[in-house]
Write a protein that binds this ligand. Structure first.
Ligand code: AHM
Ligand code: MG
Length: 335
């Protein structure tokens, strides 16, 4: 079979052996994420019909309560991972605390915990703009067969065994890494199958797109202001062009394909920026590095940061290596 026609299911089976702990558990886990992604995709694609089928808080024609899509996505991912008895714990951006799964069952020998942002950028849904799911997978550090503990989730990003995202865009794609590069799979909605469409994705070393919410400009540190001015300067390859969807997954996805930098700096309004280290920055940083890009908080590699709490926020600079290094130079001169 040609590489072009390979499905995600086939790819997972073929590559299982390249993973250093080859019990098949991680493959089953990624298969569960694939299933939940298809379910959420189906619901996201109906979002434009809310006027017809009802909006959050309404009851639909089958008598079911309509839910907000981020709540729906959260439930579907948690349900799928729980029902298949595939993980020992889940932490979600939508939940205050982590969830321990079958913690009373001594037969639960599952080794993995999943951290998830079920529907990132969900404010974009009302206006028909792409949104995404972000996931991050670690091996637990406490003994198997015991309830998970907070330290299983508060691991440094460089301990991730897999991470990825689903972008619900003009087409729906699942992009992930297990530490051997980044591969992208596109959903054929007619038959509900993901196909390998973007093998070995890589950030161009340089790019000409900068993505930042410039509405916050006056609140940014001087280093970020200077870097934005540098991007706008008339010189050699510049000015760069500005593209900001306001949906991290989509901005990241475009920049990985075309070359660019995404920034969510700290500001005088938010001293640590907006994005969450565990649910957003770590998985995207793992993907970026596996795609030959770079991710930092302006000073330190994201994957080296020591997490202190589940919902911790950090400034985020991520994308083409040369661009992130240039932004860091500016930050370090004027923090
Ligand atoms: P969310 O997790 O509440 O959806 O927020 C994360 C999103 C990112 O996808 C996006 O890049 C950013 O928030 C946009 O924020 P802003 O509107 O402040 O520019
Ligand atoms: Mg989010």
């Amino acid at each position: 079979m040609s590489r072009k026609n390979k499905t995600l299911g086939e790819y997972i089976i073929e590559n299982q052996a390249s993973f250093k702990y080859t019990s098949g558990e991680l493959s089953r886990l990624i298969n569960s994420i694939r299933l939940a992604a298809k379910v959420v995709n189906h619901e996201v694609n109906k979002a434009g019909l809310v006027d017809i089928i009802g909006t959050a808080g309404d009851t639909n024609i089958q008598g079911e309560d309509q839910q907000k899509l981020d709540v729906y996505a959260n439930e579907k991912f948690i349900q799928t991972l729980t029902n298949r008895n595939i993980v020992c714990g889940i932490a979600s951006e939508e939940e205050d605390d982590f969830i321990s799964i079958n913690s009373q069952d001594e037969n639960n020998q599952n080794k993995y915990v999943v951290l998830i942002d079920p529907l990132d950028g969900s404010s974009n849904i009302d206006v028909n703009v792409s949104v995404g799911t972000i996931f991050s997978i670690y091996r637990r550090i406490t003994p198997v067969g015991t309830p998970v503990r907070i330290e299983d989730f508060l691991q440094k990003g460089n301990e991730q065994v897999a991470a990825g995202y689903i972008v619900y865009g003009t087409s729906t794609m699942l992009v992930y890494t297990t530490g051997h590069g980044v591969n992208g799979f596109t959903l054929n909605p007619a038959i509900g199958t993901f196909y390998l469409s973007h093998p070995d994705m890589q950030f161009p070393k340089d790019g000409n797109i900068y993505s930042v919410n410039e509405g916050n400009y006056i609140h940014f540190p001087q280093g970020v202001k200077n870097y934005i001015k540098y991007c706008q300067m008339e010189e050699e390859d510049r000015p760069y062009t500005s593209r900001y969807i306001g949906s991290l997954v989509s901005d990241f996805h475009r920049n990985m394909i075309k070359g660019g930098i995404y920034m969510y700096p700290k500001s005088s309004k938010n001293s640590n920026g907006k994005l969450r280290l565990l649910y957003e920055c770590n998985p995207m940083a793992f993907l970026a590095e596996q795609a030959k890009g770079k991710a930092s908080d302006g000073f330190t590699r994201i994957l080296d940061l020591e997490p202190i709490e589940l919902h911790q926020r950090v400034p985020f600079f991520c994308g083409s290596k040369n661009m992130v290094e240039k932004a860091e130079e500016f930050m370090q001169k004027n923090p």
